[in-house]
Design a protein around this ligand. Structure first.
Ligand SMILES: C[S@@+](CC[C@H](N)C(=O)[O-])C[C@H]1O[C@@H](n2cnc3c(N)ncnc32)[C@H](O)[C@@H]1O
Length: 347
């Protein structure tokens, strides 16, 4: 038997994760008649054509089609029409499904959709009605665990490349973290950079409650403070040297983003900088098979029902420029460049 290494085990778990996600895409395709509709369309279907055919919400179908393209379940022609890849119809048993499935008949008559259950995806895929981002103690705790290692990304990947940022934090700054969650990163920063002071804000009250407990417990109340407020409702005025958004910009709803960034700009002192760490998301279909975008594609697929809309590099730049930022710099970080570290200045 081949030697078992840690890399081998990481690879194994990654494969399981990919398999789970691809199965979810297939399952959604079966459940809502998407794969079947595509099997019937010899010339392929664009996402608006698919939406008309199955009478479901087009923005979600676009995300689904692109994710299925990512997993090489679908191909796409130069006119934007998606088609099943060769042999998928047989392998997935869609030919049999078309002849025998009662669910197919129910979909064709519209009854299938009427009888759908109370799953948030059922609501969203029919009506586009979003399920508010679940801000429960359990959800906040899950986010806390998932983002626990943000400090590692800074220490091992960002600071070595951006020494001036580390120096600034060591010398002492006022830093505002927008979307701080339970303040993992702020607490780690406060331990590492004893001359700096930190404020965190988040719309999730449960995350803020956890943060308050931890800040108290670590005896950091003189240098770390958190508030339960939305980014778009902040009222800071030229108080901070650095504003950060860690895995947060994509989570701020599209209608609130311009206000959130303009409030971030206002919160900065002259010559202050914003630093954003977030998933890159492809702006062109060709990039949906580039592994660098894998996290962004998967996050978008699962977060769509919460109204979350991931943004391409071009859209990020436009938002920053509109808010008044200049000198945008971007650096891929983490293995395979699956995160982007972006900075911009307030002149
Ligand atoms: C993926 S979590 C990242 C949390 C934290 N930055 C970390 O890395 O541990 C995104 C955070 O953005 C917050 N968020 C989303 N929309 C927001 C808004 N409009 N204003 C403030 N925070 C927001 C969420 O509540 C959530 O805590």
């Amino acid at each position: 038997m081949a030697e078992v290494t840690i890399l081998h085990q990481i690879e194994k778990i990654r494969d399981y994760e990919r398999g789970y996600r691809a199965s979810h895409v297939l399952n959604t395709g079966f459940r809502f008649g998407l794969l079947n509709a595509l099997a019937e369309a010899v010339e392929g279907l664009s996402s608006p054509e698919l939406a008309v055919k199955v009478m479901l919400y087009e923005p979600y179908l676009k995300i689904w089609c692109r994710t299925a393209y990512h997993f090489e379940i679908l191909d796409c022609d130069h006119q934007g029409r998606f088609k099943l890849q060769p042999f998928m119809e047989e392998v997935l048993g869609l030919d049999l499904y078309a002849q025998t499935s009662p669910a197919k008949a129910a979909f064709a008559s519209g009854k299938g959709q009427e009888s759908m259950g109370s799953d948030p995806l059922d609501q969203y895929i029919r009506t586009g009605r979003i399920s508010p981002s679940c801000q429960t103690p359990d959800a906040s705790f899950a986010t806390r665990r998932a983002t626990k290692s943000m400090i590692t990304i800074f220490v091992s990947m960002i600071f070595p490349a951006r020494g001036e940022l580390k120096k600034q934090l060591s010398d002492g700054v006022e830093l505002l973290d927008i979307g701080c969650g339970s303040a993992n990163l702020l607490i780690d920063f406060a331990h590492a950079f004893k001359r700096s002071r930190f404020v965190g804000i988040d719309s999730d009250v449960h995350g803020i409650e956890i943060a308050e407990g931890e800040i108290e417990e670590f005896g950091l109340t003189d240098r770390v403070h958190v508030e339960n407020v939305n980014a778009e409702d902040m009222h800071f005025n030229e108080e901070f040297d650095v504003v950060s958004m860690v895995l947060t910009l994509h989570e701020i709803l599209p209608e609130s983003r311009p206000a959130a960034l303009s409030k971030a700009h206002r919160a900065l002192k002259k010559d202050g900088r914003i630093m954003i760490l977030d998933y890159p998301y492809p702006g062109r279909l060709e990039d949906f098979r580039n592994p660098r975008y894998e996290y962004g594609i998967m996050e978008q697929y699962f977060e769509a029902i919460n109204g979350i809309v991931h943004i391409s590099q071009q859209e990020q730049d436009e938002l920053l420029l509109q808010a008044g930022f200049k000198d945008i710099e971007r650096m891929p970080v983490s293995e395979g460049g699956m995160l982007d570290f972006i900075t911009a200045a307030k002149p």
